[in-house]
Design a protein around this ligand. Structure first.
Ligand code: C6P
Length: 404
């Protein structure tokens, strides 16, 4: 059992007042808050270990490099990758997906097909569309059922001899649906097709084992995992990364450079051009330690209890529509009440100190599938409490009364 009050003490931001009321932060799916230990690590790096990595013979540079490489090993262990060569640091999930799209895009041909799902975040749609501007590739989309689950029956039918990749989210950022990715990867592999998993919304809540999933690529962001902003990871199987061309050119990613010819560094450095955010990366290592200490299963259980309690309380409100009703959900609830505009509800909740996200959540195709413009979304983290849900429900009822 986790002591949530003790956990909350690690987050000074949760003591803030917003619009005269104590903040209730229900927007963790957008970005999680950051515990003091992670902030302290950033300070430690800036005050005692700031030197460029992989460059200097001097001791300070070696210490900074060690911090960064320690995190690479922690990430490897966290997702059970085979080797640290398979762990590439990026700016976030978005950049990780763009890296794969850009590299694979070079090799794609007219007529190639990529399978996505209807619930993808724009980060896993637009990079593929950018390739479309250069090559006539096709995007094929797996639809969902009324619960917001992927139509597994349709999925298998979408494979053709032109399919080159499947790119799908592990957990929907709008509905919280946990997709059956292990099964979907198995089906893709049966057709000889690699799979990229957008793990932005799963890594903070679900134990990830890339070898057990047999994922070919797996992308995620530190800032959703109690870590710092500006750091993300692309996991890729070594055999794929070896054959891919670098995404960006610059310092650190080269073997030798002359005006005639340049050779590239070994993995993973081939994909890490320029000075990385080594301070953020070191602090990400601390965030991983933090999650490991709490236990990812304990985090998931607490969030699941919050999800169940909030869902039950919300459904008592007349005309409540929840988008995404799968039994397999993470702590995310998207909703509308009657015909009230999502923005109006969000604004009034904010006036009562409750931070939620409103809008299309960077998933416009999903909104189109539902025939709506946007939703109000609440999402939970390890620091949220049942009392906060009670406050949210009172505030929501008040807002609905005012807007009805
Ligand atoms: N979703 C949300 O409020 P970045 O911005 O690169 O760290 O993550 C992008 C991203 C990719 N995939 C999924 C499933 C995501 O949820 C996100 C980020 C936030 O839902 C901000 S739009």
């Amino acid at each position: 059992m986790l002591d949530i009050n003790k956990i909350r003490a690690e987050y000074p931001i949760l003591d803030l007042e917003m619009n005269g009321r104590k903040l209730v932060y229900f927007d963790t799916a957008a970005t999680s808050q950051t515990p003091k230990c992670v902030v302290d690590k950033i300070t430690e790096m800036y005050t005692t270990k700031k030197a460029n990595v992989h460059r200097g013979v001097h001791e300070l540079s070696q210490q900074a490099t060690e911090e960064m490489e320690n995190t690479r090993e922690k990430v490897r262990k966290f997702i059970n990758a085979k080797s640290t060569k398979e762990i590439i640091f990026t700016r976030g999930t978005t950049e990780a997906i763009n890296l794969v799209a850009s590299s694979l895009g070079e090799k794609s041909c007219h007529g190639d097909e990529i399978i996505l799902t209807v619930m993808e975040h724009h980060s896993n749609i637009v990079p593929w569309q950018l390739i479309q501007q250069r090559k006539r590739i096709q995007l094929r989309v797996v639809p969902m059922n009324e619960k917001g689950e992927v139509r597994e029956d349709v999925y298998e039918d979408l494979f053709t001899e032109n399919t080159r990749l499947v790119a799908l989210s592990h957990v929907s950022n709008v509905m919280g649906t946990i997709n059956p990715i292990k099964k979907m990867i198995e089906i893709a592999h049966k057709h000889g097709i690699p799979v990229l998993v957008d793990g932005a919304q799963s890594t903070p809540h679900i134990k990830i084992d890339v070898q057990n999933l047999d994922a070919d690529f797996f992308a995620f962001s530190a800032h959703k995992m109690y870590g710092p902003t500006g750091v993300g990871v692309l996991y890729g199987k070594e055999k794929f990364l070896e054959s891919m061309t670098p995404y960006q050119g610059g310092g650190e990613m080269i073997g030798t450079v002359s005006f005639e010819k340049t050779t590239f560094a070994e993995l993973p450095f081939k994909f890490e051009a320029g000075t990385p955010d080594f301070v953020g990366i070191a602090a990400f290592g601390t965030a991983i330690d933090y999650i490991n200490e709490l236990g990812i299963d304990n985090i998931a259980q607490h969030e699941h209890e919050l999800l169940e309690y909030a869902t039950a309380e919300m459904l008592k409100i007349p005309n409540m529509r929840i988008f995404g009703t799968s039994e397999n959900k993470s702590g995310v609830i998207s909703f509308l009440v009657g015909n009230i505009h999502h923005y109006d509800l969000g604004m009034l909740l904010d006036k009562m100190g409750i931070a939620v996200r409103t809008g299309h959540h960077c998933a416009q195709p999903l909104m189109n599938a539902f025939g709506i413009e946007g939703t109000v979304r609440v999402s939970f983290g390890i620091y949220n409490t049942f009392e906060e849900i009670d406050r949210f429900i009172v505030a929501l009822k008040k807002a609905v009364d005012m807007l009805s």
